[in-house]
Ligand binder design. Sequence first.
Ligand code: ZN
Length: 233
Amino acid sequence: MPPRLPFLVFCLLQPCLSRISILQAQLTVCRSIQDLQKTVQKDEDQQLVELKSVCPNLIYDLRYASKNNFVRQNMYPARTRTTYLRKQPALALKRVQEELQSSGLGIKIWDAYRPYGVTVAFWELIGDERYVANPAKGSGHNRGIAVDLTLIQTNDGTELDMGTGFDHFSDTAHHQFRALPVHILNNRALLRTIMEKHGFKAYEEEWWHYSWPDSIRYEILDIPFAKLKKQRS
Ligand SMILES: [Zn+2]
């Protein structure tokens, strides 16, 4: 079911958008591969790892590289076919995938690293923290430590029923929403249990969003996917 984003909300919030540039100035944003590599030389956990390079059986359905998303626009370049997380969450995701395999299950990734410029673009479109991250704060996706995912059956790629799709902004997507069939509650609990077992934190308002702790350790990044694809760290 697609989320509904009232145009009226967008109009009412337009006057706030001019404040973004002021607020952005307070954030440190890493914008170059060279600066990222310097950080990685001091701390290898800062490395951005292409997820299939450690976890080849992942399925990608990168919604923001298509129009199949809640803003109905390509927010990433259309040829974006890869995505990234910092080293520790990437390795943790590999462990999650390995553990799922014995049950005939796997992971489908909807989003992971998101360049900061895309968060700004979302804000300019929507301007409402109920739906998108406020660029004044940045997000776990900008830091390369958050991932949006669901579980699939590996034999045919069918998604497990989680009660809502991706980016469904309503109470129904909250972990605390219990008025759902038992098999859906069990599927959400399965995802949450295995992600938390391997170190991720759940986000109570979106069953699909998980992030790595200690976000403050990781800088906000605004490096395009094309540049990351060329890096060899
Ligand atoms: Zn997310």
